[in-house]
Design a binder for this molecule. Structure first.
Ligand code: 13P
Length: 251
């Protein structure tokens, strides 16, 4: 049995005051961490404030990190720095970083072991553009992303990894993948993990769906056998919705 994991990705939203208001509103309302992993991936500027107030049932994540511990990398944040703040997760390879900031699969392959080395669980994002969905090349694309991204990880680490299937055509568009399409893609990813590692690893890894997940559609997505959780952008910004989205994982 895989424990569900619901993660908010705030992207570049919320000042410190906004972030504090959110955490005070949610922290005592979340279900036990024994039943569901609740995560908020916030801007670097508020990570420490959130970690201090995360309570027993919430964990805090970053949205990106460098793969080196330190060095002359102006503007970057290292896994060692995140660990020193008490950060538990980091999104790695989000499509917005791949498409707008030139993040490569080769860099992602270095970031994943670096995160684990600092006790940070990576949430690796993969997914296709609309044209790759329409021309039928989405499976080849995702398989290629996984082969390169995971090249430095042993099966023991892959079992602890979280993968988010985020079709780019569904992000911020209001156009959610149907539960069947999302489940098919998450099942395809699980099959790739079995091919690259073994059945035990494929059974252990948690795979989220992300892309216009909201209160109105999370139940149908979570009911799918290959979907173990959700990575949620816009809807995770509203405290009340975040609580409802996490609770949907218990059904
Ligand atoms: P939305 O939920 O706003 O579509 O964003 C999805 C996403 O990119 C989460 O990482």
């Amino acid at each position: 049995m895989r424990k569900p994991i619901i993660a908010g990705n705030w992207k570049m939203f919320k000042t410190r005051d906004d972030a504090l208001a959110f955490i005070y509103a949610v922290v005592n309302e979340l279900p036990s961490i024994d039943l569901v992993d609740s995560v908020v991936c916030a801007p670097f500027t508020v990570l420490r404030d959130l970690v201090k107030r995360q309570g027993e049932n919430l964990r805090i994540g970053a949205q990106n990190m460098h793969f080196e511990e330190q060095g002359a990398f102006t503007g970057e944040i290292s896994p060692m720095m995140l660990q020193s703040l008490g950060v538990s997760y980091s999104v790695i390879g989000h499509s917005e970083r791949r498409d707008m900031f030139g993040e490569t699969d080769e860099a992602i392959a270095k970031k994943l072991p670096a995160a684990f080395n600092h006790n940070i669980t990576p949430i690796l994002c993969v997914g296709e553009h609309l044209n790759e969905r329409e021309n039928g090349s989405w499976q080849d694309l995702i398989r290629k992303q996984l082969i390169i991204d995971l090249q430095n990880l042993s099966s023991d680490l892959v079992k602890k990894l979280v993968i988010a299937y985020e079709p780019i055509w569904a992000i911020g568009t209001g156009k959610t993948a149907t539960p069947e399409i999302a489940d098919e893609a998450c099942g395809f990813i699980r099959g790739c993990i079995r091919d690259l590692y073994d059945q035990e690893t494929a059974d252990a890894i948690r795979i989220q769906y992300g892309g216009s997940v909201k209160v109105a559609n999370i139940d149908a997505l979570m009911a799918q056998p290959n979907i173990d959780g959700a990575l949620i952008g816009g809807a995770s910004l509203v405290a009340e919705d975040f609580i409802t989205l996490v609770k949907a994982a218990l059904k």
